[in-house]
Design a protein around this ligand. Sequence first.
Ligand SMILES: Nc1nc2c(ncn2[C@@H]2O[C@H](COP(=O)(O)OP(=O)(O)OP(=O)(O)O)[C@@H](O)[C@H]2O)c(=O)[nH]1
Ligand SMILES: [Mg+2]
Length: 439
Amino acid sequence: MFDALSDRLRKTLGALTGRGRVTEADVDAAMREVRLALLEADVNFKVVKDFTARVRERAVGADVLESLNAGQQVVKIVNEELTALLSGGDRTFHLAGSPAVVALVGLQGSGKTTSAAKLARHVVKLGRRPLLVAADPYRPAAIEQLKTLGRSLDIPVFAAPPGTPVPEIGRLGLEAARREVRDTVILDTAGRLSVDAVLMAEITELTQVVRPVETLLVVDAMAGQEAVGVAQAFAAAVPLTGLVLTKIDGDARGGAALSISAVTGLPVKFLGTGEKTDALEPFHPDRLAGRILGMGDVLTLIERAQDAFDQKEAEKAAAKFQTGSFTLEDMLEQLQQVKKMGPLDQLVGMIPGMSGMAKQAEESVNRGDLARTEAIIRSMTPRERRDPDVLNASRRRRIATGSGTSIAEVNRLVKQFNDMQKLMKQLRGGRRIPGMIGR
Ligand SMILES: Nc1nc2c(ncn2[C@@H]2O[C@H](COP(=O)(O)OP(=O)(O)OP(=O)(O)O)[C@@H](O)[C@H]2O)c(=O)[nH]1
Ligand SMILES: [Mg+2]
């Protein structure tokens, strides 16, 4: 998502930074391009109009245009305003109350049930004991879906007998939470195909009974402009505290999702980035703005790395590197760690100045480069992994066959590894390469 928008904005802004002097006319031309890019990405037209007007006003200010790095300053203003656009409201995820009650509402299929499970997992990480409550009594399959998710996460799910009115389910859910000493209740409510009065009345009544500290509207980021209207209707009927934007991993233009917060004033609290229960990210407007403008997203990258990398293992690997005892076995281990961080093209796209390389990385992934490297190492015996010097022609042929690759590929990997060892030796020799293993 946001790829097309990102491409266009980067091109426009790139032209601006590359220029020695920037005139008011240059700014106007760039803003026309920015406006088109945003409209084409399906951002709400009023939001676009306000946005470009604000950027222009700041950019044509005398001290900007006369400065030596005017182009960069304009880009910085775009970045700041885009961040501000996404920053509406209080983004803190509040968990006050005993139990703290979080209710999820939204249209059918927007991702409520999935997000309920994701949030439950999220609060477990915060050290809490959640209870999931199935407040969608109309479809037995809906209850079953939540139970399955709960089971997979080892989180209890409360469901009331069929026919129980929704507000009563809420009340019973709270009772169950107190009984089972659960400090967080996450309510999964039923969706409708469109906003209707009965649904709104039901949710209003439910929130009056359970008094959620967070009532989050779950919005499918793939939905177009109508999502903005839906959000407004929900906001008018229920005291919403924020938004969860789901399916951010999809390939829709995403502009509508960018508009909802600006139009309703509701903060985006979480992003859903995949179908699995770990695909939930707290929302950081500055990071998303940076990602869209191709400025990378180093903070998210660092967080993911911290999540995926075992600190002890990383230190061990670094130590091995320094003593020159890093083997192919260790390389395989490191490959696993990188894989845990997520798709390589996404990772590369997060590094500033590298988003252009994301495509290359994607191609490399599509060609299966990593997987082939892994297959080659896996086809080696432990001895070969520790000491690639024993790899004669017949061993290499066996490995190529075993891994479904070619002898040329095996040779290339061994050569890469030998080059790396040379580098390790140089490091040991005291010649430090700046920026490598910074310890
Ligand atoms: N790719 C992707 N798929 C998602 C995400 N969130 C939910 N989905 C998928 O969207 C579909 C609907 O999700 P549900 O959680 O069942 O939606 P719901 O709002 O509970 O639906 P109803 O209960 O029928 O109103 C499922 O196939 C989910 O796997 C996400 O962040 N990314
Ligand atoms: Mg559901």
